[in-house]
Design a protein around this ligand. Structure first.
Ligand code: 2AM
Length: 177
């Protein structure tokens, strides 16, 4: 079985900005350079036949290249505890449209449609036992916007879960335009 997702990789300049912001939050497990991405669609565990169908269907997604900027800092909670710290992006219109097209392609490959609301984000850190005080991090890094960066590709990735967190491998890359 293959644990798959579709994502945008921010360019090296943006990843360097994100990596440079990391630190100063008790309990954070920061993502490393290879782990930084914006998920367009989580697919989950599929066998290799379905994986091949998904990879082929994604090849028919058509959307022009666009630009994004880093925006706010946000968190996700699970059971009342913060488990994810993330950087948001703006604007949302293109990335939402691309998410819908990717979701439709995944459905054409025979999988059920996305059940959850799409919240575009780049995970910066995960927390096993909740987050410490985030106010310093948010005041230092929230509320400012990065230079726009070009989104000209997206990719199909495989996630391998290990003791040191997930490893992500690019399976296939798709050009926009
Ligand atoms: P996250 O970074 O907010 O955890 C690979 O796991 C990618 O798919 C991650 O970016 C993860 O988002 C995203 N994802 C979305 N839904 C998921 C799910 N139900 N289980 C695991 N990962 C999910």
């Amino acid at each position: 079985m293959h644990r798959l997702f579709v994502a945008i990789r921010p360019p090296a300049t943006i990843r360097a900005l994100l990596l440079g912001s990391m630190g100063g939050v008790p309990g954070a497990r920061w993502q490393d350079d290879d782990q930084l991405h914006l998920t367009l669609r989580f697919i989950g565990e599929v066998d290799r036949h379905v994986a091949a169908d998904v990879a082929a269907a994604l090849g028919s997604v058509r959307h022009p290249p666009f630009e994004l900027s880093l925006s706010e800092i946000g968190t996700f909670d699970r059971k009342g505890r913060i488990d994810t710290l993330w950087a948001g992006v703006r604007p949302h219109d293109d990335v939402e449209a691309l998410h819908r097209k990717v979701d439709q392609a995944v459905v054409r490959a025979g999988l059920p449609p996305e059940g959850r609301a799409f919240q575009p984000h780049i995970t910066l850190a995960r927390f096993t036992r909740g987050a410490g005080d985030l106010s310093g991090f948010v005041s230092a890094h929230g509320g400012t916007s990065s230079q726009p960066f070009a989104v000209a590709h997206f990719g199909l990735y495989e996630s391998t879960l290990g003791s040191e967190g997930a490893r992500y491998e690019l399976i296939e890359r798709y050009a926009l335009g």
